[in-house]
Design a protein around this ligand. Structure first.
Ligand SMILES: [Cu+2]
Length: 416
């Protein structure tokens, strides 16, 4: 064993010296969707760990790109309408697992029509599973654009809670700037976001890790995640080095709507892999719901609606566009945001600096009290974007944290 390990290390070192980098991976965008592009995917169901802002580390299962490091959630799979998609799933976990895409029809598993599986008369899997150490290949045609959840269809009350979930995006053929078939669903491709919601009950995860029984009807989530992270980790960039197994941030980074320079809205694709309804809402402006469960609400009759909240139910996906407009018409000089100098009790003194959380002017950075440290880059605005179930704004019941992120609005000209 040791010899084999040493040989492998020597071989790896030689490869490093003699060969160019095996696969040039473009760095992920700092925020927004980070696609693993298909239509063929080699995934492994594997175990690993996720870290949370209170310092806790929890044993997780997830889908990873086979051969890559463990990641939570599974990779964002991106394909185009009409693609014949194949997903080969290699199971490194100790029990059968599968990959199920709710709403996707015509799925085959290892060449046969995918069917629910029964063991002794009991439904054990919604679709053929890969046994421990085994592999199964799913194939389907991505016939309709939209946002799809993928998750284990085997013992889902346990396995989805353990982390076996991810997002699948099907883009309309020829139109990566649309969510669906017509220009009514057009968005700014530079402002496309995933908000994959889930919950973690660390007691269940500890029981699985240690081979102890757990009653899933007693589920008590303590961590509330967006894209596998909880606040404030949610606002860290994609690929943040201190979150090696949680590569996806969820900062919504946009510019104000402008008919010339920024005419198209941001698109946020919500998915709920969890067990609870999460009432999501951005501050500032409402979102417009343009799709539900990979069905358009805007092609043909306009069934879209502007909502204060988007109640994302378990298993659902919602496509929501978002424009930020300055509803109060603030203008430095003519209509400035009234910002009285803060009282001392509203300042924070730390590390020889005075901190002030006010964010007075979009695009203007002056006017802070003397001695206040500003970490604002260019006059950008920050607003809350979170689950309105405020018990979920916590990490193990301690606020502030959990299922919360921020929207960052840069000045109209961008942030240089
Ligand atoms: Cu709020």
């Amino acid at each position: 064993m040791l010899v084999r390990k040493a040989l492998r290390a020597v071989t790896a070192a030689a490869a490093l010296v003699l060969l160019p980098a095996p696969q040039a991976h473009a760095a992920p965008p700092e925020s927004g969707v980070s696609c693993t592009t298909g239509p063929s995917f080699d995934l492994a169901a594997a175990d690993g760990a996720a870290g949370f802002p209170d310092g806790n580390t929890v044993h997780m299962w997830s889908y990873t790109v086979d051969g890559n490091a463990f990641q939570l959630p599974g990779p964002v799979l991106c394909v185009t309408e009409g693609d014949v998609v194949t997903v080969t799933l290699r199971n490194t976990l100790p029990e059968p697992v599968s990959l199920f895409v709710p709403g996707m029809t015509g799925v085959t598993a290892d060449g046969s029509p995918a069917q629910p599986q029964f063991t002794g008369g009991t439904l054990t899997s919604l679709v053929q599973a890969a046994p421990p150490g085994g592999t199964v290949t799913y194939r389907f045609t991505a016939s309709a654009p939209g946002t799809y959840l993928y998750a284990s269809g085997t013992d889902p009350a346990k396995q989805v809670q353990m982390g076996l979930y991810g997002a699948l995006i099907v883009r309309p053929a020829g139109h990566p700037d649309r969510a669906y078939g017509t220009d009514a669903s057009r968005f700014n491709p530079a402002a496309e976001y995933i908000s994959l919601l889930s919950e973690v009950d660390p007691d269940l995860h500890a029981a699985v890790e240690n081979g102890r029984p757990y009653d899933v009807t007693k589920l008590h989530p303590r961590y509330w995640l967006i894209n596998g992270r909880s606040f404030p980790d949610t606002i860290a960039p994609n690929g943040a080095g201190w979150l090696p197994s949680q590569p996806y941030g969820s900062l919504i980074h946009i510019r104000p709507k402008d008919p010339v320079t920024n005419p198209h809205p941001a698109l946020v694709r919500y998915l709920n892999a969890g067990d609870r309804i999460h009432p999501f809402h951005p501050h500032g402006n409402h979102g417009r719901v343009i799709g539900r469960d990979a069905h358009t609400l805007v092609d043909g009759a306009d069934l879209s609606a502007e909502n204060f909240l988007a109640d994302i139910g378990p298993g659902q996906t919602w496509d929501v566009t978002y424009d930020w407009t300055d509803v109060e018409k603030w203008r430095p000089g003519t209509n400035p945001i009234p910002v009285p100098l803060p009282q001392q009790q509203n300042l924070v003194y730390k590390d020889d600096a005075t901190w002030y959380g006010g964010s007075p002017y979009l695009g203007v950075t002056d006017g802070l009290p003397v001695g206040v440290t500003s970490y604002n880059e260019c006059g950008e605005y920050y607003q809350m974007w979170h689950s309105h179930a405020l018990n979920e704004a916590a990490n193990y019941e301690a606020g502030f944290g959990g299922m919360m992120t921020l929207e960052r609005v840069d000045p109209p000209g961008g942030c240089s």
